[in-house]
Design a protein around this ligand. Structure first.
Ligand code: ZN
Length: 145
């Protein structure tokens, strides 16, 4: 059974670069808020000078996270845009490569610092708006309807 199943049309594609030293999540949120983007998908490449990434423990229903205070390449930034508590919310995952070429990744937390981030945001069109609300089954803020 598919819980959420909607078809979205693309409105437009935004392309940009975040400034050096900005917090990744804050930078994306500021961009989306300024442009009025409330739904869409996000992708990007670049590099970070620090990453704070986590994973969600499904039994304990809480995030565990770790700060990697090192320079790394953003091999893949992937995420989406929706609304949570009336504000733009970017849910973003990163795949990063370290200086030894090994790869780590996870759910992006605050205090992930951009060195370079070239991104595209594919903004969706139409009336439908995804809104995140607390989901009792998972303990996460999910699209409920
Ligand atoms: Zn996540």
């Amino acid at each position: 059974m598919i819980r959420i199943d909607n078809t979205m049309n693309m409105k437009q594609v935004h392309q940009g670069r975040l400034p050096v030293g900005v917090d990744l999540l804050e930078g994306l949120k500021e961009y989306c808020t300024e442009k009025g983007i409330t739904k869409g998908m996000v992708r990007g490449i670049g590099a970070v000078s620090q990453a704070h990434i986590g994973y969600y423990d499904q039994v304990k229903q809480t995030y565990f996270s770790k700060v990697f205070a090192e320079e790394m390449e953003i091999l893949s930034l992937k995420g989406n845009v929706s609304l949570k508590d009336g504000e733009v919310f970017n849910h973003v995952h990163l795949t990063l490569s370290r200086t030894d070429y090994s790869v780590i990744g996870g759910h992006v937390m605050p205090d992930t610092t951009v060195f370079v981030c070239e991104f595209e945001i594919i903004e969706f069109d139409g009336e439908k708006q995804y809104i995140r609300e607390f989901d009792k089954e998972t303990g996460l803020g999910l699209w409920i309807k």
